[in-house]
Design a protein around this ligand. Structure first.
Ligand SMILES: Cc1cc2nc3c(=O)[nH]c(=O)nc-3n(C[C@H](O)[C@H](O)[C@H](O)COP(=O)(O)OP(=O)(O)OC[C@H]3O[C@@H](n4cnc5c(N)ncnc54)[C@H](O)[C@@H]3O)c2cc1C
Ligand SMILES: NC(=O)c1ccc[n+]([C@@H]2O[C@H](COP(=O)([O-])OP(=O)(O)OC[C@H]3O[C@@H](n4cnc5c(N)ncnc54)[C@H](O)[C@@H]3O)[C@@H](O)[C@H]2O)c1
Length: 577
C-alpha cells in the first residue's frame, strides 16, 4: 500500500517537499426518491427529473462473486461530484468497486463545472474572442469583432461548454457503472451510513440552470430520504463564496462569483468594483478590464496581490491591467456596501466613497460542510468549514475520507483530482500507486489577462532559504511567435541552481503561459539542468521555444557573474531556430 511519506522525489523537485507537495498533508489532528441509475440513459440532463428506483446495482467492471446479504449497499459513496469525487469514484470503479456519487440536481461536475473553473475559463475565452483582444496588436485597440459585448453573448458560450462537459461526465459515469444519486447527503451518526435526501429545486437553482443551459422541462424531484450503507465514504463537498452581512447582496449590484454566472446581470457593468484581489478577483477583474466601456477598480486589504507568485510577474500583470484602465486600491478596507437606486456605494475605512454599477465580492470561500452532520460522524471542521485529513486523505474516522477544496490548500481542480485518486489508492490499494508516487509538486495557472503560470520556487523563497540561484529570462517580443501574435507582452523566467544548474522554478506570463509551464515542470521533475534546455530542439516558431532562449540568457548571466564552469555556453544568441 502506498505510504506517502516514503515517496521518492528526484532532483531539485525534492526541495519542494513540504511546501507544495500534495503527498505531504498536515498530520491528522487527533483532537481533533430520485435515484438516477448510470446504466440507463437519463432523459433530462442533470436535473434529477428521471426518477429511477434501483434497489440493486450492477457494476459492469465488478469482479463477480458470491452475494453476501450483509454486504453494504455500496463499497464507496462519494459526496459531491467535482474533480476529487470523480477521480476517486472512477479510480475505485476501475478496481471493481460498487460506487455511488451523490450531488444536488443541476450540480453534476461540482463547482468546477458549474460555477468555478470551467465557466470562468470559458468566460475568459468568450471575452478574448468578443473583444478581439488577441488581435489588437495589429488592428488597434478599437478592433472588436463583436461590436457591443453583452453578458448574454458571453454566457452563451459558457452554457455550451458547461453542457458539453456534463455530457462527457455523464457518459463517463455510465461507462464505469457509477450510480449518480441526485440529492443532499449527510451523516446521521450511524456507522458506515450516508443519508441522502432529495432537495426541492429552488428558484435560485432554476435561474442558474437557465444561465448555464441545463434547465430541463420538469425539474421537480420526488422527495425522499433514505439511508444507504457503505464500506467507505469520501467527502468532496467543495466550497461556496464567503459573504458579508454588511453588504447588501442582491445578485445584480452586489454579487459574488456564482451570481456572475447566474444570468441575473442584465448588462456588462460600466463601473465594476472588485473587492478581494485573490485569484478569482484578479481573474474576473482582468476579464472585465479588457471590455471596452468598462472601468474596473480592484480593492484588497493587503498591500500586495497574489503574493504566492513571482513578484516581477505580478508587477507586470498589474502594469498591463493599469495600461488597460484598471485602478488598484491596495491595503484598503471596505467598511460596507449598499445599493442605491441603480448603483452600489462602497464606503472605505480611508474615507473614500466608491460608486459603481456592480460590486463583485471575492474575498475567499467557505467549506460546504455545514449541515453534513460531520459532528455526528465524529469529524471536526474548522471555522472556515474545512476538514483535517492525514497523508492518505483519511479523516479521524477511518472509513471517512475527504479531498478537494473542503480540506483547504491548494484548492485547485487539478490537485483535487489527484487527491481523489490518492484517497482511492489508500482505500483499496492497487497499481496506480507507482504513478502517484512519482508525483512531486504542482503548477499554478492563473487565468488573468494576460495569463500567469508557475511551478517550483519563487525568487523570494530561494532568497529566504539561502539557495544560490540565477535566472534566465525570455521575453515574448524577442520570439518570432510573439511577433506573429502582435508583439504580445509576455515573459518566461527560469530559476536555476547557480552551481548544479538544476531547474528550480518556472514563472511565465502571457499567451499560452498555462500550457508552456509544463515543459519546465517535466524538466524540473526529471531533475534536468539548463543544458537540457539549450541542447534540445524546440518547434519553431512557438512560445515553448522561450525555454531555450531563457536558458542561454541564464547561462550568460551566470558566466558574467563569474561561474567559469559554464562559460562555454555563453556565446549563443537568442531567438533563432
Ligand atoms: C470562479 C472559480 C474559478 C476557478 N478556477 C480554477 C482554475 O482555473 N483552475 C483550477 O485548478 N481550479 C480553479 N478553481 C478551483 C476549482 O474549481 C476547485 O478546486 C475544484 O472545483 C474543487 O473540486 P472538489 O472536488 O473539491 O469539488 P467541487 O468542484 O467544489 O464540487 C463540490 C460539489 O459538492 C456538492 N455538495 C456539497 N454539499 C453536498 C451535500 N451535502 N450532498 C451532496 N453534494 C454536496 C456541491 O453541490 C458541488 O457540486 C476555481 C474556482 C472558482 C470558484
Ligand atoms: N486559476 C486558478 O487556479 C483559480 C482560479 C480561481 C479560484 N481558484 C481557487 O479558488 C480559491 C478561492 O479564491 P478567492 O479569490 O476567493 O480567494 P483567495 O483567498 O485567493 O483571495 C481572497 C483575497 O481577498 C482579500 N481579502 C480578504 N478579506 C478582505 C477584505 N475584507 N477586504 C478586502 N480584501 C480582502 C485577501 O487579501 C485575498 O487577496 C483560491 O484559493 C484558488 O485555490 C483557483
Amino acid at each position: 500500500m502506498l505510504n506517502s511519506t516514503s515517496t521518492t522525489l528526484r532532483g531539485p523537485f525534492s526541495l519542494l517537499v513540504g511546501r507544495m507537495s500534495l503527498v505531504r498533508r498536515p498530520t491528522l489532528a487527533r483532537n481533533g426518491r430520485a435515484f438516477a441509475d448510470s446504466s440507463k440513459s437519463t432523459k433530462d440532463e442533470d436535473s434529477g427529473s428521471q426518477t429511477t428506483i434501483h434497489p440493486t446495482h450492477s457494476n459492469p467492471k465488478a469482479t463477480p462473486g458470491a452475494v453476501n446479504s450483509q454486504k453494504p449497499d455500496f463499497d464507496l459513496m462519494v459526496i459531491g461530484s467535482g474533480p476529487a469525487a470523480q477521480a476517486c469514484a472512477i479510480s475505485s470503479s476501475r478496481r471493481g468497486k460498487k460506487v455511488a456519487v451523490i450531488d444536488k440536481p443541476g450540480m453534476l461536475g461540482g463547482v468546477c463545472v458549474n460555477t468555478g473553473t470551467i465557466p470562468s475559463k470559458t468566460f475568459r475565452e468568450a471575452v478574448l474572442h468578443l473583444t478581439g483582444y488577441r488581435h489588437q496588436g495589429f488592428y488597434g485597440k478599437s478592433y472588436a469583432p463583436a461590436g457591443r459585448i453583452s453578458m448574454e453573448g458571453i454566457l452563451h458560450r459558457v452554457s455550451m461548454v458547461v453542457k458539453g462537459e456534463k455530457d462527457v461526465m455523464r457518459n463517463r459515469f455510465r461507462q464505469y457503472g457509477i450510480s449518480h444519486i441526485y440529492g443532499t447527503a449527510h451523516f446521521t451518526g450511524e456507522e458506515k451510513t450516508v443519508q441522502v435526501t432529495s432537495v426541492a429545486v429552488e428558484e435560485e437553482e432554476r435561474k442558474r440552470k437557465r444561465a448555464v443551459g441545463t434547465a430541463g422541462a420538469g425539474l421537480e424531484v420526488e422527495p425522499f430520504s433514505k439511508p444507504f450503507t457503505t464500506e467507505k465514504a469520501l467527502v468532496a463537498v467543495g466550497t461556496t463564496p464567503a459573504r458579508r452581512a454588511d453588504f447588501d447582496f442582491d445578485g445584480v449590484h452586489i454579487i459574488d462569483s456564482d451570481d456572475l454566472l447566474s444570468g441575473s446581470l442584465q448588462r456588462v457593468p460600466r463601473e465594476l468594483i472588485v473587492v478581494g484581489a485573490g485569484v478569482i478577483g484578479m481573474e474576473y477583474a482582468s476579464m472585465f478590464n479588457v471590455i471596452p466601456g468598462t472601468r474596473v477598480t480592484v480593492i484588497d486589504g493587503r498591500p500586495d496581490v497574489l503574493t504566492f507568485a513571482d513578484k516581477e510577474i505580478i508587477q507586470s500583470l498589474e502594469y498591463e491591467m493599469r495600461q488597460k484602465g484598471a485602478r488598484f486600491l491596495l491595503g484598503e478596507e471596505v467598511l460596507n456596501a449598499r445599493v442605491e437606486g441603480d448603483h452600489v456605494v462602497a464606503n472605505m475605512a480611508s474615507g473614500k466613497v466608491l460608486r459603481g454599477d456592480c460590486l463583485l465580492y471575492t474575498v475567499g470561500r467557505q467549506g460546504n460542510t455545514a449541515g453534513l452532520g460531520l459532528d455526528k460522524a465524529g469529524v471536526e471542521v474548522s471555522k472556515r468549514g474545512l476538514m483535517t485529513v492525514n497523508d492518505n486523505y483519511q479523516t479521524s474516522v477511518p472509513w471517512l475520507y475527504a479531498a478537494g477544496d473542503c480540506i483547504g490548500f491548494p484548492a485547485l481542480a487539478s490537485t483535487s483530482s489527484q487527491q481523489g485518486r490518492m484517497a482511492a489508492h489508500h482505500m483499496w490499494g492497487g497499481n496506480e500507486g507507482d504513478a502517484l508516487k512519482a508525483f512531486g509538486g504542482f503548477p499554478y495557472g492563473i487565468y488573468t489577462i494576460p495569463e500567469i503560470s508557475m511551478v517550483g520556487y519563487t525568487e523570494q523563497q530561494l532568497t529566504q532559504q539561502k539557495i544560490p540561484y540565477e535566472m534566465g529570462v525570455a521575453r515574448y517580443d524577442e520570439l518570432a511567435k510573439g511577433q506573429m501574435m502582435g508583439g504580445s507582452s509576455g515573459m518566461l523566467k527560469v530559476l536555476f541552481h547557480a552551481e548544479t544548474l538544476k531547474i528550480l522554478g518556472v514563472h511565465c506570463m502571457g499567451e499560452s503561459a498555462t500550457e508552456i509551464v509544463h515543459v519546465g515542470q517535466v524538466a524540473m521533475d526529471m531533475g534536468m539542468d539548463m543544458h537540457f534546455l539549450t541542447e534540445n530542439v524546440f518547434n519553431y516558431p512557438t512560445f515553448a521555444e522561450s525555454y531555450r532562449v531563457a536558458a542561454f540568457n541564464g547561462l550568460k548571466r551566470l558566466a558574467l557573474a563569474g561561474y567559469t564552469d559554464v562559460s562555454q555556453h555563453q556565446h549563443e544568441g537568442a531567438a533563432s531556430p
